[in-house]
Design a binder for this molecule. Structure first.
Ligand code: GUN
Length: 285
């Protein structure tokens, strides 16, 4: 059996068309949704991500501003910028690209973003709201994964076992919460998990968010499972230099029922959910 591909580009285009129409309607009422993207330092991958985020805003008719700060920016300078964005009425969403340089306390920065502008869903208030089942802003990558599940008709996950590999604050933990709220039975695995392959093989829905190229092998996947690959890993030049996910695509493709590709899977959905969150923020403002 070959897995059915869940095409993130196709789904993202569909959702972005709907968002663009809603942006037009909001503009007609005098409000242009605005996103501020803050990048500190020269991280190559982050530069690509923020460029894509700003371009995506323009395509749906949103206003966006990019603040590119040098790596030597102090924490106080960054906090001052966030403070001014919090008070800027033309900005409805604020995104501080991670990772930040080591000399800046990430937690302090994320908490400085006003919760009602926290379109990344990283503020403790928004994380807590998700935890108690009353989500406001949900982290974009897991939100995008849930859209992909909905798109293949998996809305109520009662009786399904979901296994999330990875426990980051950005993906693993919020992903597990969203799956739980959709009534799945959820296991969170990580680097300290004993017999990871056996845990993964239980999964009707397997979400790979470990950040290790082709880590999930075919013998870790239950035949027919839905496999969602969150990883974006650049292989070394000696291995071709291409982008691959956390899933060994070609092998798992022969076992899984559904599979997301990399690139063109979760990535475009992450940006789409950022647009969605920004639209929601503007609507609430
Ligand atoms: N770095 C990696 N993923 C993300 C994300 O979703 N948001 C932000 N702000 N930084 C990231």
């Amino acid at each position: 059996m070959t897995a059915i591909r869940i095409d993130g580009n196709v789904l993202a285009a569909k959702v972005r068309d709907r968002i663009a129409a809603e942006v037009s309607a909001l503009k007609a009422r005098g409000v242009t949704p605005g996103l501020a993207v803050v990048l500190v330092g020269e991280d190559a991958a982050s530069q690509v991500y923020v460029r894509n985020k700003v371009a995506a805003c323009a395509k749906v008719g949103m206003h966006s501003v990019m603040h590119k700060l040098p790596a030597a920016t102090t924490e106080a300078e960054l906090l001052a910028l966030i403070d001014s964005l919090n008070r800027d009425a033309t900005i409805h969403g604020i995104l501080v690209q991670l990772p930040l340089p080591k000399h800046i306390a990430e937690k302090k920065v994320l908490e400085a973003v006003a919760a009602h502008k926290d379109v990344d869903g990283f503020h403790a208030e928004n994380v807590g709201a998700l935890m108690i089942g009353e989500p406001r802003f949900v982290s974009c990558t897991p939100a995008g994964c849930m859209e992909m599940l909905r798109d293949i008709g998996m809305t109520d996950l009662r009786g399904k076992h979901a296994v999330v590999v990875g426990r980051s604050n950005i993906v693993g933990k919020p992903m597990a919460m969203l799956l739980l709220h959709a009534n799945a039975t959820v296991t969170i695995c990580h680097s300290g998990t004993k017999d990871l392959a056996a845990q993964c093989r239980q999964a009707d829905i397997l979400v790979a968010a470990v950040g290790r190229p082709r880590f999930i092998k075919a013998d870790m996947v239950k035949p027919g499972a839905v496999v969602i690959d969150v990883g974006i890993n650049r292989l070394p030049e000696s291995e071709g230099g291409k982008l691959v996910g956390d899933v060994d695509f070609d092998a798992v493709n022969e076992v899984a029922g559904y599979l997301t590709p990399v690139p063109g899977g979760v990535g475009p959905m992450t940006i789409t959910m950022l647009l969605q969150n920004t639209l929601v923020a503007a609507n609430r403002a």
